[in-house]
Design a protein around this ligand. Structure first.
Ligand SMILES: O=C(O)[C@H](O)[C@@H](O)[C@H](O)[C@H](O)COP(=O)(O)O
Length: 223
């Protein structure tokens, strides 16, 4: 893992957006399509605000979430709504969005169909992840009901319920995340920095983010 520290979060978000854009451009030089997988939550909004204006062939980019809360798009908790509002706009409006929410009552009901949709999208060209202070990443939470499947199973997608998650989730598995060609993790604040250091000494069962740290670049700013 490589740790990149920034003097402030604003600079980090701009720099990271540039880096993601440049990796997408490189991926597009050797492939017809490239994929960009992004987290939801509160941290990545400013990266999206900058990345959406990047000059690249967005019409050859497939964008999808690393994980979704199983709520309709009009919910303030919807990661899809966040991505539509802040990433799939300006130049990036030309990208193809691959939805991870299907409107069924539970994620299990849509699982087969979603697995079929996501299989051709693998491996991810450029992966951006967040991390919670409890050391979860995507929706792979410590103490989750299907933690073992998400960490060690061969499925691409895993429905997930966890004490730390307010609603059912669906998440890319550790296998899908680890196969990404480039991985960035973006975190802010002293508590997450401490959690990251702790995760480096723990097992993925205790600290799920540990499953994706190898080869990843972690971007951190205090605030
Ligand atoms: O749906 C989600 O919540 C995310 O995809 C999740 O994995 C997020 O990246 C972390 O929970 C960090 O969240 P914050 O950035 O809000 O701290």
């Amino acid at each position: 893992m490589e740790l990149k520290e920034y003097p402030d979060a604003e600079m980090m978000m701009l720099d990271l957006a540039d880096r993601l854009a440049s990796e997408l451009r490189t991926a597009l030089t050797s492939h017809e399509h490239a994929s960009l997988a992004v987290p939801g939550g509160t941290t990545p909004g400013p990266v999206f605000d900058s990345l959406c204006g990047a000059d690249l062939d967005w019409d050859r980019v497939h964008v999808f979430l690393t994980d979704e809360r199983w709520v309709p798009e009009d919910s303030p908790r919807s990661n899809t709504a966040l991505v539509r509002r802040r990433l799939l706009t300006e130049r990036a409006a030309a990208a193809t969005y691959v939805p991870l929410y299907a409107g069924t009552e539970t994620p299990e009901e849509a699982l087969e169909q979603l697995e079929a949709t996501f299989a051709p999208e693998m491996p991810i060209s450029v992966l951006l992840l967040g991390m919670g202070a409890d050391m979860h990443t995507a929706s792979i939470f410590p103490g989750a009901d299907r933690l073992d499947d998400a960490l060690h199973g061969s499925a691409l997608l895993v429905p997930m319920r966890a004490p730390g998650a307010a609603e059912p989730r669906i998440t890319l598995s550790a296998r899908a995340l680890r196969d990404a060609l480039s991985t960035h993790i973006v975190i802010t604040g002293a508590d997450k920095r401490e959690a990251l250091e702790k995760a480096r000494r723990l097992t993925p069962e205790e600290a799920p983010v540990a499953a994706v740290l190898k080869g990843a670049t972690v971007h951190w700013a205090e605030s």
